[in-house]
Design a protein around this ligand. Structure first.
Ligand SMILES: [Zn+2]
Length: 396
């Protein structure tokens, strides 16, 4: 089993031709809470200059490693790190590799995934969450289904004989579901009445079949700014360096000291220095949203972790901590831990879709509805990853 897993890892990332399998050990573990790339380097005896020599963009990306993210390490018999793969988003990961004695190299490489797409129909026997989970083994999909309906349908009154249906795409990586599934349409049919929700491609939010928003989260731009100096981009290509680097937020250029206000109601979950982000505040909001405010000059009075705040409350001031270039606010928005485009979330803070967008939405919704109706007449077999067990004990 061990050898098999090694081959998957190394053919996927095409790192080496030859490795000594007997002397090395592959470990997979969750990234510890509070760990930064620098504290990790210290533990592994990796020279700190490797971090300090990185560009500002790369230092920012290194601050994106999320606690609990599963990462892989390849360690030799003396415990020395040979390789590590540490995800920073669903698309990119840090690749650390030993080049010679005590020297290491740091690259950003794509996360290779395959994607499955399918339409499933599941009869209700206990609850939508439980039935989706037991039929697919996919917890993220069960969660996304619940989130899509956002309490617009009461799941308590469901009866045996009712059904749920979903058309979705989900990435699969190293034999496991990976990241957040993309649900195009979800349906729940109770007593012959079908309730649908559809994802709008433009803002990534769910709407019902009359194009009414099921979302109650509204966000505002957190400051008055001069211009957007860098937009959100999941896979930004650098034309000169010919490398890909995502930018997982939006940069608002503004003078040092400009007031920054909370984008929405929520609870402060982090105040402090966060690697390449410098002085940073994080706020957890309802519906799984989190906002991040970076490169701050300072914090407003009484701002501390655990405090509840209201939309528009003063939280901090623009600065350039963690940077050598000009002052700006790096503003990040995360939905269930995944970076999303802040401008899209701000722009979709409205109840109704603009006329043209609504027309496109309704046209697509009709096609998807027909697909679901057809699928309910057929027998479907949910995709289940049987190799799930393997990855939880990689080093046995
Ligand atoms: Zn930025």
């Amino acid at each position: 089993m061990r050898i098999f897993i090694f081959l998957i890892l190394f053919t996927t990332y095409q790192l080496f031709a030859i490795i000594n399998i007997d002397a090395t050990q592959l470990e997979e573990s969750p990234w510890p809470k509070g760990e930064t790339l620098l504290t990790y380097f210290e533990k592994k005896g990796i020279p700190q200059h490797l971090y300090y020599d990185l560009s500002e963009t790369d230092k920012e990306l290194c601050a994106e490693i999320a606690a609990e993210t599963k990462f892989q390490q390849l360690v030799d018999s003396s415990g020395r790190l040979k390789h590590a793969l540490i995800p920073i988003s669903e698309e990119m990961q840090i690749h650390l590799s030993q080049t010679s004695d005590n020297e290491y190299k740091l690259d950003f490489v794509s996360i290779e995934t395959m994607s499955i797409e399918q339409t499933i129909v599941i009869p209700i026997s206990s609850s939508p969450y439980q039935d989706i989970l037991s039929n697919t083994g996919n917890k993220a999909l069960a969660n996304e289904f619940i989130r899509a309906f956002n309490k617009s349908v009461s799941f308590n009154r469901l009866q045996v004989g009712d059904i749920v249906a979903i058309k979705y795409k989900h990435k699969v990586r190293m034999g496991r579901f990976f990241g957040t599934p993309e649900v195009d349409v979800a349906m729940i049919k109770s007593k012959a009445k079908a309730n649908y929700v559809f994802k709008n491609d433009i803002d990534g939010r769910y709407y019902d079949e009359k194009a009414r928003s099921l979302n109650t989260f509204f966000m505002r731009t957190p400051l008055q700014y001069k211009r957007i100096s860098s937009p959100f981009d999941l896979k930004r290509f650098h034309p000169v360096l010919k490398i890909y680097r995502p930018h997982l937020g939006v940069d608002y250029a503004a003078p040092t000291g400009r007031q920054i206000n909370a984008a929405a109601d929520g609870k402060i979950t982090f105040v402090g220095t966060k690697g390449g982000y410098g002085k940073t505040i994080e706020i957890q909001h309802k519906n799984g949203y989190k906002t991040l405010y970076a490169h701050l000059n300072g914090y407003a009075k009484n701002v501390k972790s655990g405090k509840n705040i209201k939309q528009g409350d003063l939280i901090a001031y623009v600065g350039s901590t963690g940077l050598s270039s000009g002052p700006h606010l790096h503003f990040g928005v995360y939905l269930h831990g995944r970076a999303v485009d802040p401008l899209k979330v701000i722009n979709s803070s409205r109840q109704e879709l603009p006329a043209k967008e609504k027309q496109i939405f309704l046209k697509k919704a009709n096609i998807l509805k027909q697909e679901i109706e057809n699928a309910t007449k057929l027998e479907s077999k949910p995709y289940k990853i049987e190799a799930f067990e393997h990855s939880s004990n990689l080093n046995t």
